[in-house]
Design a protein around this ligand. Structure first.
Ligand code: NIG
Ligand code: FE
Length: 411
């Protein structure tokens, strides 16, 4: 049993479903609050200085939050955190004018990471990503989604997905696994994207499913990567296997990924930097969550996704890091929060919802995490700040004081 007392402000979105429109800005704020935790779950929430009677609970550990802000643990709903190598060699090329897609078309970019990932053993990949998982946790992220997509063949995709599984089972952070075999066209299928999609549908995905290694299937629907038809084929196949659908949509060119997300009723469409009115309407109609990745806009020197327009159209917005070695070599979700504030012009309350409950719903975890409510998992952050505005405002420092994961204090 754990009691967290003297919480200056307890701030949280409420519910088990994603929040959209004006509801995205609605956070419960309790002053002088306390949280009682048992068996890894929240059993009571107190406000205005109320406290439980702990006589008879001699074993209850008490943690004094010293008037600090407490929020739900952050949820990073879009990362590519299992990879070999790095891609610092691309930066001089970028600075000389090469674009992300130029580098990919020349056999670099994602394909460079594929070469390094294929060369690494499962244990090596596990050790590397375990370090990232630890850094994320200390930055307040208590659940993370992790995509494959740097193997691009049966053995190496399974290897990456097994690392996700081990991270989930053997480290404190919860890891939700997504199959992204359709991330790039591997050299073995150069100029044969249709055949590669068939291979993924006929050979790789059935095995991923048989071994129960991923909950979601994602596809990079992009100019000169996978077109709308190929993306649709991949995702319909995933649906047949009962997997949830995600799409890297309209990241660089609006080729119809967001429209497809709406048509398929995907759980989320991600990136959306270049999306247009048609994509937004389709997503709104299909009940799709927009997972926005502002640190990628920053790192690619691109514009920022039209977050305000999406909120106005009633689309639930989530914000994630997109941590990967190419377009966003940072796992710092607090930096994405800063950019959400400054570049998307979202309100602090909207941003908290975007990085907790809406992000949880983007990975189908709204029932158990994403808010501070009785019955939910006790995943919490005590911030070294009096309010969430400070988290949105200050950047570059880790403002986390203490992380609580399933009721355990992370040291
Ligand atoms: O979300 N766009 C595709 N995938 C990643 C980048 C992966 C990489 O460059 O290695 C993204 O930006
Ligand atoms: Fe991504």
């Amino acid at each position: 049993m754990l009691l967290i007392k003297n919480i200056g402000i307890l701030q949280t979105p409420i519910g088990k479903n994603s929040l959209c429109g004006s509801e995205q800005a609605q956070n419960l704020k309790l002053c002088n609050a306390a949280i009682l935790i048992e068996g890894g779950k929240i059993v009571e929430v107190y406000k205005d200085g109320e406290l439980p009677d702990l006589s008879g609970y001699a074993d209850c550990q008490v943690l004094d939050a010293q008037n600090r802000l407490v929020t739900p643990g952050l949820v990073d709903c879009h990362t590519h955190m299992v990879f070999g190598g790095w891609r610092h060699n691309e930066i001089p090329l970028k600075l000389r004018g090469a674009t992300y897609l130029d580098i990919l078309k020349a056999g670099g970019g994602i394909l460079d990471t594929v070469r390094h990932t294929r060369q690494m053993s499962e244990d090596e990949l596990y050790e590397k990503s375990k370090g990232f998982a630890r850094e994320m946790l200390l930055g307040g992220v208590t659940t993370v989604e992790s995509k494959s997509g740097y193997g691009l063949n049966l053995d190496d995709e399974l290897k990456q997905l097994r690392v996700n599984k081990r991270l989930n089972e053997q480290t404190p952070i919860d890891v939700v696994s997504t199959f992204l075999g359709a991330h790039a066209i591997p050299p073995e299928y150069k100029d044969k994207p249709d055949e590669y999609i068939d291979y993924l549908c006929d050979v790789v995905l059935p095995e991923v499913k048989r071994q129960n290694l991923a909950e979601f299937c994602d596809v990079f629907c992009e100019d000169s990567v996978f077109d709308v038809e190929q993306s649709k084929k991949m995702l319909l196949c995933a649906k047949k296997y009962g997997m949830g659908c995600k799409i890297h949509a309209d990241e660089i060119e609006a080729i119809g990924g967001a429209v497809l997300a709406g048509e398929l009723g995907a759980i989320s469409a991600e990136h959306l930097i270049a999306t247009n009115g048609q994509g937004i309407d389709s997503m709104a109609k299909g009940g799709v969550t927009a997972a926005l990745l502002p640190a990628t806009s920053f790192y690619l020197n691109k514009t920022y996704a039209p977050a305000r327009q999406m909120i106005e159209k009633g689309i639930p917005v989530a914000i994630a890091s997109d941590f990967n070695p190419g377009s966003c070599p940072s796992l710092n979700l607090q930096f994405a929060i800063n950019l959400g504030y400054l570049k998307y012009r979202m309100l602090p309350e909207e941003i908290l919802t975007a990085t907790t409950l809406n992000a949880a719903c983007a990975i189908n975890r709204g029932q158990t995490i994403g808010s501070i409510e009785v019955g939910k998992q006790a995943d919490l952050v005590i911030w070294d700040a009096p309010n969430f505005e400070m988290i949105c405002y200050r950047f570059g420092s880790n403002q986390v004081k203490t992380v609580i994961k399933k009721g355990e204090i992370i040291q």
